[in-house]
Ligand binder design. Sequence first.
Ligand code: ADP
Length: 536
Amino acid sequence: MNSLSEKHLLTIIKKSGIGILILDKNLNIVLANSWFIRSSGFKEKDLVGASFSSVFPELINTRTFKSVELCLEYSQYSILTHTLNPFPFPLYDNEKNREIGNRIYQYLHIIPISIEGETDPFCMIQISDVSQQVVREKLLREKMTLANQREVEAQKASQAKTDFLASMSHEIRTPLNAILGMTDTLNETDLTEEQQEYLTVLRNSGKALFNIINDILDLSRIESGKLEMEHIHFSIRDLMSETVSLFYMKAKAKGINLHFHIGDEISESIAGDSTRLQQVLINLLSNAMKFTEKGEIFVSTLLCENKKNIKISVEDTGIGIPSEKLNSIFESFTQVDSSTTRKYGGTGLGLTITKKLIQLMGGEISVDSHVGTGSKFSFEIPYEGFIKRNSGIHQHWLNLELPNPENFPNCNILLAEDSEENIFIIKTFFRKYPIHISIAYNGKEALAKFKTQKFDIILMDMQMPEMDGLEATREIRKIEVANQIRASDSIPIIAISANVQKEDISKSFLAGITSYLPKPVRKQEILKLMYFYLAM
Ligand code: ADP
């Protein structure tokens, strides 16, 4: 068959899967197909021949009606989507929906039809049922809104958790600072052996609590994406010897041979976040030390073949880890077995933090371990090496040998601190030293004293009433600039703060502090740092 008869065409239109309504130029209905008749609920005879406005009075003056008029008058083609058209035809896909007034969502094409040789045009309205699509869209939108809400709620909760932990850790650190400080001071008094032992327990427990607080705070900051990595130049050799030396005493006491090696091909100075790298090393070394009773612990740092990474490994001859546990030890609060806490202590957070820190540095950690033989934790991080520096010049202040108190430089210190307890602790630290301390209870007092007296160093607590340490530091630096004091002659300001978050530290440096000591301040640290500036 090469052509369709009129009857064929009419049947095709009538049986079409979309709704079709054809109007003549007087807006009378000339054709309604089966879909339209069925959905409208009218009989064919009620529709065909009747005027559009009498069958659908509710559509008069609506967008649909106007589009039909424009179609017949100006042969204008229109599309009315369900979102653009608030007045769809009263069409329903079943009786129930008709009763409750649930109309079919409609997508209308209003098409002018001109017939060859005739002047009067027709208007064909094609109606597609887009209900399913609309329902799907609606569901999707609802899901997206819900997902967004959940994300916002999760972010809020995570933020609240981080803020809570930060302020809680600050609150805990401050009294803990006093406890640890006092144990140092008490240690210098005449104690019986028994008292010494009690004090050691007190001190170790305090330190353990301090480490746990730091771990929890770190983890929450990493998880909330708040921990940014620094990119500074530092000496990997200094960092390594400083970190490993922290464990020499313990290794000696346990009879373990602790040593490290750094490949000659690695530059003196490399770029990265030295504080975080040290934290990773301390975590791995503490574990190695904790789980090794005899043999050796070896830390090696080598340049990878690609020369783009360095590989650091901490290897021990300790108890080892069963192979089925090798993956889970990197998860939070996971230990190889529950007796670990009883026997060795720890929270199971160390490796989680270590892994996340290494990932933030752009690296990955892996472990190779055999029960009874030992473990080897290795990680590769990007390497950026710089020209070798003259190694004689630099000495880290922590490596300084403190002179005997009587040989310590005579000096005038301004201590800006509002807490009587902290003042007391620092005073007891300096008891035997020729250090004269002047106290300012807030930033304003510190500023006033700085203007009228001469000091060698300012110890500045960052959180003080009236004027905080940041503002006082800024003001002091302004005065120095106004008096044309050279940077090299400006007064060292050592910030002391319980806020160890990176943003707080960088804010303090921006304000003009010279150095930073986190609370709890240790006697040796503060004295060495002061000695570093006084002896320079
Ligand atoms: P913890 O604070 O318990 O040490 P970590 O996350 O650092 O937490 O370590 C999780 C667990 O992995 C440890 O409890 C221990 O069972 C195991 N582990 C870690 N390092 C070693 C190691 N060097 N030798 C043996 N077991 C280890």
